[in-house]
Design a protein around this ligand. Sequence first.
Ligand code: ATP
Ligand code: MG
Length: 233
Amino acid sequence: PIVDAEDITRRDPLSGQMLLQPTRFALYAGDRVAITGPSGSGKSVFLRAFALLDPLDGGRMAWHGKRVGRAAIPRYRRNVAYIRQRPAIIDGSVEDNLRYPFSLKAYRDVSFDRARAASLALQAGRGADFLDKRASDLSGGEAQIAALIRVLQLSPEVLLLDEPTASLDPESSHAIEGLIEAWFNADDKPHASVWVSHDPAQAKRMSERHLTMRAGVLAEAARSPNADEERTQ
Ligand SMILES: Nc1ncnc2c1ncn2[C@@H]1O[C@H](COP(=O)(O)OP(=O)(O)OP(=O)(O)O)[C@@H](O)[C@H]1O
Ligand SMILES: [Mg+2]
C-alpha cells in the first residue's frame, strides 16, 4: 500500500471519549474510495488522523511500508494532502495563496511555477486572470478551486477530500471533479483518493470502493451509495 493505517484511534482530549475506534485501512495505488455516513460519525476525525494533522491516540501510520515517525510527518503531509470543506485562504491575490506553500520548510526544494498554476486554473474552467484575483473576492467555489490548485501543484500522491464540493454549485463541483480526475492521470506517481461526500451520485462517480462511518467505526459498505444515503437521511 501507499499508506497503511494500523489500528489508529482518536479520543476527545477533554472527555477521553473515543471518536475513532481502532481503524485498519490501507490505500493502494489506483484506489478511489468514498466514505459516507451521518453527520458527527467521525469522517473528518478519521481523515485528519489519517493525514497526521491531529495526533494519534493509538496505532500508527505507514507510508510505502515505513512507519511515519515524528520527523517524517512534514514529508508525509506533503504526499498525503487533506482538503477541507471550507478552505483556509490568506489575504492577497490567488497567486499569493498559491505561492504560500513554497515559503514552508517542507517545500524548500521546489518553487512556484506560474504556468503550471495557470494551466490547472484553466482545467478548472477559470480564465487567465484567475491568479491575479483578490482572494477575498473569490466565491466559495472559486476559493475551493484555488485551495485545490494550491495542493495539486505540489503533486501529492494521495488526496483526502473532505466534502470539497458540499457548498458549491454543480458547475464548480464538476470543475473540482475534473481537476481530481486529471491529477489521477497526470504523472507516473502512484495516486489514490479518499472522498467524503454526502452526494451519492458523486460518491459513485468518484470512487470504486465505498466505506461507511458510523459512531467512529469505519466499515465496508454493503449497499450501494444510493441505498446508504437514503437510509441516513
Ligand atoms: N478536536 C476535537 N475534540 C473533541 N471532539 C471532536 C474533535 N473533533 C471532532 N470531534 C467530535 O467527533 C465527532 C465526529 O466529528 P467529525 O467532524 O469527524 O464528524 P463528521 O462525520 O465529519 O461529520 P460531518 O458530516 O458533519 O462533517 C463529533 O461528535 C465531534 O463533535
Ligand atoms: Mg466532516
